[in-house]
Design a protein around this ligand. Structure first.
Ligand code: FAD
Length: 894
């Protein structure tokens, strides 16, 4: 603002071509030319000369000079020179948007008169931290208030008036009416410019009983103290949180932390509306596991005092609680703006342009009270978040001070702590993409937070939405633990930059084992989506599964290991582990489309590549069985309630055995558990910690099958801890029949096939099955001792012996052996991924009682003697093998 509108010169400098990078501030002390953005490709000396030249002429002519400098199309500098502010700026609302605007105004204009009105007692407080004070995570009350009127005055010279509600705006005379909330006194204050940042208030649905003193909403510090005092003084034991949005879930966690039994009631089919249903299911399970009850698809009809507690009538049931938190969303607080005649949209938000200017050019509005433009779709909307409010406050201040900052839209980037879980999203979800008419595809990935071999790696679910035609990222949703927020921020940045899936594959992100993997989860999401976009793989989704024909016209194929399949699979899917697929292609009908699933989508992709390159029409289930299970499995609390020390529940005389299986991959943890179970006596409990997500979901099934009792499963930051009691469940378990032995005939001497054989054998043994492995022909080489053994042989046998690999370490792989390089690489990969080596698998199989039988007839043919075989191998014939087969419910020929 200048003294008058006379003698104002707007100087526009156009520079088409620049020189080197450099600073370009004018160095004259009285000159306040400053840089606006980072395009500085021109010579500062040339720039300074120009500023002096034009500035001097302008100063002689005008009171005020504003210089707009354009360089290669960018408005890189705006400057007011000879500026003497006489402006009076009033701000309504003293928290996120209001305080941000006030501070920026002062930084830009030392002379302006700035008054900030706040109806309540506190300004610039941390609304986002309020739930954590209620739960006791934040202990210090003072930590919630970031600034006080006094500190704001001394730092920013802003006249902050708390307890001051602006009750009317007289736009004609540019005045507001202010009411002192403590004295009731009213007065008027004039303005040159006015900024509205009144925020949003908790929505109150038309429900009888909301005025009860045990029913609360949470918006500000007084609300927070009221809830905390109620908990401390009245000691409620149970609470209902109505609404499963961000605030509702944070409150549920906080009340749970404060020791209350909590129920969340949510009207729609899932919590956290910006997530899609499929991604919210992980959150539902996590909430339920923590012991919070979740009622979906139901709403509160009325609340009645029941003499001490509250009777809450839902649509389908009645529930009781000692207190209720209403968290059903917020609506813009715009009564003042409406009464002042400012343009509002149908939902009551103040309409602003990208300068945050309302329908009155002297009034700006920011924060939760305004209508936003969605960054991706361009649609108008309402996104009440602190980030946009703060940025808009700054833009309004810039505009008032002559800086042409613009708000480029909201993309809804948000993050939530839900107990141990982190939930984050940015951009559009499916509902919004459909509403915007965008032709999109989606992809699910499940990636480790950091290198899986480095301790503590946990998986995160990532869903990306992208335009089918361009591959452009339009939205991302993530749930998981460590590193979720970081990845969401990368997606948010990529989305702002208009990046495609192809661009995501190229991002070079931080990597060292404790932090990430060489292919970061963001890269992985890009690779997976790129495979879809380039036709490397076709996908189908969880919602297509029900419609798949089960009449034999298509092949439904699960390519996980047998143990994974047995622990749970999608109805109608048959099992051929991916490693055996090539050998069984002949048994499959090429004329039928193949729908493939695996655990998370990766092995399914590999299977699809094998199948499609062999002439099959193949589709992979995006997200795999894990996602399917998360969506269709019922949420239930973990058997041992959180907060109760599991150890205190243990029988006094029994032993409690601790096993750390963190870092091991499937079936490693199950094998460890199985080994420990053999040592344990009936009634002993085993507590096993693992980071293998498959184990967390499979341990219950394992117990059911082996007749042990599944006691509890807890999870903390992605590390699952299961407690299993030996033997107790024998009676109620549905134990397999006596004919459940496994018979494996190992004909091949290839390293990869040998590994697969022993993985299956170990897995079956860990489930308590009797396993017999019959080694014949080339398979015998797996059992040979590595060292040369002196035995008498004829010439042919000696030649055979020399040509064949001596022992497991000398085996080659069936494909891409590359003179032994392939075998070395596979061993290295297994080591990095914490998968046992073939030698370890053989030892553990033998330790688990797997019977290794060398075929006597083949030994004879190949000229191998008993002395040349490792210890513990029996010699047997085909008859023994067949007898075993008859007692088995599975015979494999590898
Ligand atoms: P507010 O910060 O609400 O400030 C508005 C102020 O204006 C109020 O103090 C009000 O008293 C005052 N006022 C209104 N009318 C008048 C009047 N006529 N005269 C004088 N004063 C008036 N966002 C996130 O991004 N992340 C989070 O984790 C997060 N957590 C949240 C947790 C809670 C419990 C709540 C309530 C909100 C949370 N939010 C979060 C939302 C975030 O706080 C808001 O988006 C942000 O504060 C909006 O800023 P604002 O300036 O528009 O409104």
């Amino acid at each position: 603002m200048c003294k008058s509108n006379k003698n104002v010169l707007y100087l526009i400098l156009l520079i088409a071509k620049g020189g080197s990078h450099g600073d370009y501030f004018c160095h004259e002390p009285s000159c306040h030319y400053e840089r606006k953005s980072g395009h500085s490709n021109f010579k500062s000396t040339m720039f300074n000369t120009m500023l002096y030249y034009f500035g001097d002429i302008a100063d002689n002519l005008c009171d005020k000079v504003t210089v707009y400098l354009y360089y290669c199309g960018y408005n890189i500098l705006i400057k007011q020179r000879g500026w003497e502010s006489m402006s009076k700026i009033l701000i309504i609302g003293g928290v996120a948007g209001g305080a941000s605007a006030a501070a920026r105004l002062r930084r830009l204009d030392e002379q302006a008169e700035i008054i900030m009105f706040e109806r309540g007692e506190y300004i610039s407080y941390a609304n986002c931290g309020l739930p954590y004070y209620i739960g006791g995570v934040i202990q210090d009350k003072a930590a919630l208030t970031l600034q006080t009127p006094k500190s704001f005055l001394s730092r920013f010279n802003v006249d902050v008036r708390v307890w001051s509600e602006v009750t009317a705006i007289d736009r004609q005379n540019k005045k507001v009416t202010v009411e002192n909330k403590r004295t009731g006194e009213k007065y008027e204050e004039s303005y040159d410019k006015l900024i509205l940042s009144p925020g949003a208030e908790p929505a109150k649905p038309p429900v009888a009983g909301l005025d009860n003193d045990k029913v609360f909403t949470l918006r500000n510090i007084p609300d927070t103290y009221r809830i905390r005092e109620h908990i401390e003084n009245r000691k409620p034991k149970s609470a209902i949180v109505v609404g499963g949005g961000y605030i509702g879930i944070e409150m549920a966690e906080s009340l749970h932390c404060a020791g209350l039994n909590v129920t969340v009631v949510e009207l729609t089919d899932h919590v956290i509306a910006p997530l899609d249903y499929d991604m919210a299911c992980d959150v539902h399970h996590h909430i339920a596991q923590k012991g919070v009850k979740l009622i979906l698809n139901d709403g509160v009809k009325s609340i009645a005092d029941n003499g001490g507690n509250l009777k809450v009538q839902l649509g389908k049931e009645t529930i009781m609680a000692d207190m209720v938190i209403m968290a059903v969303g917020v609506r813009p607080e715009t009564k003042l703006a409406r009464e002042a005649g400012l343009a509002l949209n149908a939902k009551g938000s103040i309409i602003v342009d990208d300068k945050m200017q309302t329908s009155d050019p002297d009034i700006f509005a920011v924060g939760d009270a305004v209508e936003i433009t969605d960054f991706v779709s361009g649609n108008k909307g309402f996104v009440p978040l602190a980030g946009p409010a703060n940025k808009q406050g700054r833009i309004a201040a810039d505009q008032i001070c002559g800086i042409d900052s613009r708000y480029s839209g909201t993309q809804g980037t948000a993050v939530l702590k839900c107990f141990d879980m982190t939930v984050a999203c940015t951009g559009l979800n499916e509902k919004a993409a459909k509403a915007a008419g965008i032709d999109y595809e989606k992809s699910f990935t499940y990636s480790a937070s950091h290198a899986s071999y480095y301790p503590g790696a946990v998986n995160m679910s990532v869903k990306v939405l992208f335009e089918k035609t361009t591959g452009k990222l339009i939205g991302a949703q993530l749930t998981g633990f460590e590193g979720v927020d970081k990845r969401c921020d990368v997606f948010a940045t990529a989305l702002r930059a208009g990046m495609t899936m192809d661009d995501l594959t190229k991002l070079e992100l931080c990597y060292a084992p404790p932090f990430s993997s060489a292919k970061d989860p963001v890269n992985m999401a890009g690779f997976t989506a790129q495979n879809i976009l380039t036709g490397k793989v076709k996908v189908f989704h969880w919602h297509d599964i029900e419609k798949l024909p089960r009449d034999g016209s298509v092949t439904l194929l699960d390519v996980r290991t047998q143990i994974e399949y047995e622990n749970g699979h999608i109805d109608g899917f048959i099992n051929i582990p991916v490693d055996q697929l090539r050998g069984q292609l002949d048994e499959m009908d090429k004329s039928k489309p193949v729908f493939v699933t695996c655990q998370v989508g990766l092995r399914g992709y590999i299977a699809c590549r094998i199948l499609s390159q062999n002439g099959f029409d193949c589709l992979n289930l995006s997200g795999g069985y894990r996602l399917y299970k998360s969506i269709f499995e019922e949420s239930r609390p973990l058997p041992s309630p959180i907060g109760i020390n599991s150890e205190t529940q243990l029988p006094v005389k029994s032993e409690h055995i601790l096993i750390n299986a963190c870092g091991l991959q499937c079936p490693g943890p199950v094998m460890k558990l199985s080994e420990a179970m053999k040592e344990a006596k009936d009634g002993d409990t085993i507590e096993i910690s693992t980071t293998d997500p498959a184990f967390a979901s499979d341990v219950e099934a394992w117990c059911r099958r082996t007749g042990n009792s599944f006691e509890s499963l807890t999870s903390d930051k992605g590390i699952a801890k299961a407690i299993v009691k030996k033997g107790e469940a024998q009676a109620k378990c549905n134990l397999a029949s006596d004919m459940d032995n496994k018979n494996i005939i190992v004909f091949s001497g290839d390293l990869d096939k040998a590994i697969a054989s022993f993985i299956i054998a170990n897995a079956a043994a860990s489930m308590g099955r009797k396993v017999s492995m019959f080694f014949t022909f080339w398979g015998l080489n797996i059992l040979r001792r590595p060292e040369k053994v002196k035995v008498k042989k004829d010439f042919i046998s000696r030649m055979f012996g020399m040509m064949m690999p001596r022992g497991s370490k000398k085996l080659s792989i069936s494909k891409m052996n590359m003179g032994g390089m392939g075998a070395k690489m596979i061993r290295m990969v297994m080591k990095n991924k914490n998968i046992n080596s073939l030698e370890e698998l053989i030892k553990s199989a033998m330790d688990s009682g797997v019977e290794l039988v060398a075929c006597s007839m083949s030994m004879d043919v190949m000229g191998i003697t008993k002395e040349e075989l490792i210890d513990g191998v029996h010699i047997g014939g085909a008859a023994a093998m067949l007898a075993n087969a008859e007692e088995s419910d599975m015979s494999l020929f590898i």
